[in-house]
Design a protein around this ligand. Structure first.
Ligand code: PAF
Length: 314
C-alpha cells in the first residue's frame, strides 16, 4: 500500500503522522532536520492523549525533507508553517510529488493555497481547516491537547460539473483517512469561507496570547483584555467582510472566538509556542496579511498593524 506522506515535524505534523501510524496506516514523515528524522526513525513518536495523558510510542518511517526520495504516494499532508513554505521548499516539493497527487494544506492564515497551486501545477490542492490542538513536547513527542474538527475542501471554484464531482472525491479520500486515524473530519464545499472564519479567530487569539504570554483560556479573563480582543475582532471582521466572509452575524462570530478560547483554555496558541521557542511566527500570514487585505480595499487596519509590529519586534 502507498505510504501517506506527512510533511512537517512540528506539533501538528507529529500528531497527524502519529495518529495515522497508530491506526495502522503506513506513513512516512518528512522533517526539516536530519536529526529529527533519525530520532523518529529509531524511536518512533511518543503520542500523549486524553484527559489521563496516556502515552504510547508509535513507529513510522521518517526522512529529512531535503534528502527524501520522491513520495510513493498520491496524498501528501502538508503540516509545515507558512514561514517554512519558502520558494525553495515549494520547488523541492514539486520535484517530490507526482502529477495528479493531492496535496492537503493545513496552514493557518491565507495566501498559501495560491502559492502552492502556482508552484505545483497539475497537482490537486486541497485546503484543510482544523481546530485540533497539539503541543510539541520534544523532538519526537507530541501531546494532543484538544480534539477538534477538520474540514477539507478543494481549492478553486470548480467551474464545471465534472470538476465539481472530482472536487468531492479527493477531499472525501483525505477526510476518510483522517477519520480512520480517529480524527473528526468532514468535506467542505465552502472551504474559503472556513479559512476566513479561522483567520478571524487566529487573528485575535494568536497575537494577543503571544504578546501577553497567556494560554487561550486566559485571554478573556479581564475587561481590559476583552476590550483589546473586541477591537481587534471588529476591525478584522470588517476587513474579511470585504474579502468574501459571508456567513455569520457579528454576535455569532464573536461568540465563536470566545468559544475557541473556552474549548482550548489550557492550550498555548501556536504563535505563543513559536515565541517561547524563539521561532519565526506566522504573524505575516495572519495580521500582516490582514493589513494587506485592508490596504487593497482602501481600509485602515491600525489594530492589526499594531499587533503585527509588536509580535515581529519580539
Ligand atoms: O493556532 C492555534 O493555536 C489554533 O489555531 C487556535 C485555534 C488559536 C488554538 O490554539
Amino acid at each position: 500500500m502507498d505510504r501517506t506522506v506527512v510533511m512537517g515535524g512540528g506539533a501538528l505534523g507529529m500528531l497527524l503522522a502519529g495518529k495515522l501510524a497508530a491506526a495502522g496506516i503506513p506513513v512516512r514523515m518528512w522533517t526539516r532536520t536530519r536529526e529529527q528524522a533519525l530520532v523518529v526513525g529509531e524511536r518512533g513518536i511518543e503520542l500523549e492523549e486524553g484527559a489521563e495523558r496516556v502515552k504510547r510510542v508509535v513507529r513510522l518511517e521518517a526522512a529529512a525533507f531535503e534528502e527524501a526520495a520522491p513520495a510513493e504516494t498520491d496524498l501528501v499532508l502538508v503540516a509545515i508553517k507558512q514561514t517554512a513554505a519558502s520558494d525553495r521548499t515549494l520547488r523541492e516539493l514539486d520535484l517530490k510529488t507526482g502529477a495528479g497527487s493531492a496535496i492537503v494544506l493545513f496552514q493557518n492564515g491565507i495566501g498559501h493555497a495560491e502559492r502552492f497551486a502556482e508552484a505545483l501545477p497539475g497537482r490537486r490542492i486541497l485546503v484543510a481547516v482544523t481546530t485540533e490542538g497539539a503541543l510539541r513536547t520534544g523532538v519526537a513527542s507530541v501531546r494532543h491537547t484538544g480534539s477538534g474538527t477538520t474540514w477539507i475542501g478543494e481549492w478553486g471554484d470548480g467551474s464545471d460539473e465534472e470538476a465539481v464531482a472530482r472536487s468531492a472525491a479527493e477531499p472525501r479520500r483525505a477526510a476518510d483517512l483522517l477519520e480512520k486515524a480517529g480524527f473528526s473530519a468532514f468535506v467542505s464545499n465552502s472551504i474559503r469561507e472556513r479559512m476566513l472564519r479561522k483567520l478571524l479567530i487566529n487573528a485575535v487569539i494568536n497575537p494577543l496570547t503571544a504578546l501577553w504570554r497567556v494560554p487561550n483560556g486566559e485571554l478573556p479573563a479581564t475587561p481590559d483584555r476583552m476590550a483589546v480582543m473586541e477591537a481587534l475582532f471588529r476591525e478584522t471582521l470588517g476587513i474579511l467582510r470585504k474579502h468574501g466572509l459571508k456567513d455569520g452575524g457579528e454576535r455569532e462570530l464573536w461568540a465563536s472566538v470566545l468559544e475557541v478560547c473556552r474549548a482550548t483554555a489550557a492550550n498555548r496558541s501556536s504563535m505563543l509556542q513559536d515565541v517561547l521557542a524563539g521561532r519565526d511566527t506566522e504573524i505575516g500570514a495572519l495580521n500582516g496579511a490582514l493589513c494587506e487585505l485592508a490596504a487593497s480595499v482602501g481600509m485602515k487596519a491600525p489594530w492589526n498593524a499594531a499587533v503585527a509590529a509588536l509580535v515581529k519586534a519580539i
